[in-house]
Design a protein. Sequence first.
Length: 358
Amino acid sequence: MPTRRTPQLAGVAAILAVGLITGIPGPADASASASLHVVHPGESIQQAINAARPGDTVQILAGTYRESVVVTTSELTLRGAGEATVISPGPDTQSGNACARAGHGLCVTGASAHPVTGLRIESLTVAGFTKNGINAVGTDRMTIRHVLARDNGQQGISQEKSTRAVVRGNEARGNGQAGVFLANLSDGEGPAIDTQGTVIAENRLSDNRLGVVVRRARVLSVESNVITGNCGGVFIVGDENVPRAGALTVRQNFVSANNKYCPPNPRLDAIQGTGILLTGAEDTLVTGNRVEENVGSTSMSGGIVLFHSFVGTPNARITVSNNAVLGNGPSDVANRDTGVGNSFTRNQCRVSEPAGQC
């Protein structure tokens, strides 16, 4: 059988005895009714998830699993054995589940009225999918930790219509769009969602089109990430919808040499050499970041840039303070917007637009 349902303590003891995994909750952490489902190479992750109940753990041993996976169960832990647990496309995506047919790797599917709550995804790789590595919609209190999302056609880790998430300590590289993408909707219009304190922290994001994209979302933080070698680092994107994107903090990130060239598309100008960009946002604090050597010649190039929304909505009440912004081009800090209440104070920088902002 591809899944094995055993009492939690017996399953943990057996696996630890042969040294296959670490970091499984001990007796003090486990519910008396929780069970452990172990998936070996050649077995189906989806079958194990289908058999699991809230509170259970699905432990995926090292190996390559060629399938797309759908999770709709709350309070579930999906844990691999580190980067050596690889989820990659199956041989025939068209005959697979809805996640496979959409081109995604691992789909978490809830709804606003009935979200998937308390899900944990840990210590595995999602790689090579035509769309998103992890595609989460309609979740609450979801945690994604120690995941490697690489070489996916669109987003590495994507989350929509979701609240109170923690995306921490992951790596996303070589993805066609963002390493981490957070939005109300990926396609379509609508007001910014109140994420109620989502945290995107301590991730390493490189060689993507963009490192982090926050689009039409509010009340969250982007902090302590290392973002290098993308076309652009952090993009905070809003528009004319109300409530607007904003009420968030971008702090203590290292954003360096995001100098790949990404050509224009129908939605955006070309992107190259952009560190942190805000467009159509409000009430946002950008502080304590180190932004260096982001250099390009596009309309959005520079270290920390306020840029007009493509639908004409200006930024409002953006505070850029106490950042080290050096060696960026054409400017370290740039206000290319017409919004009111925006300020640049106490930043370490050399070149600004307009002059006198350093």
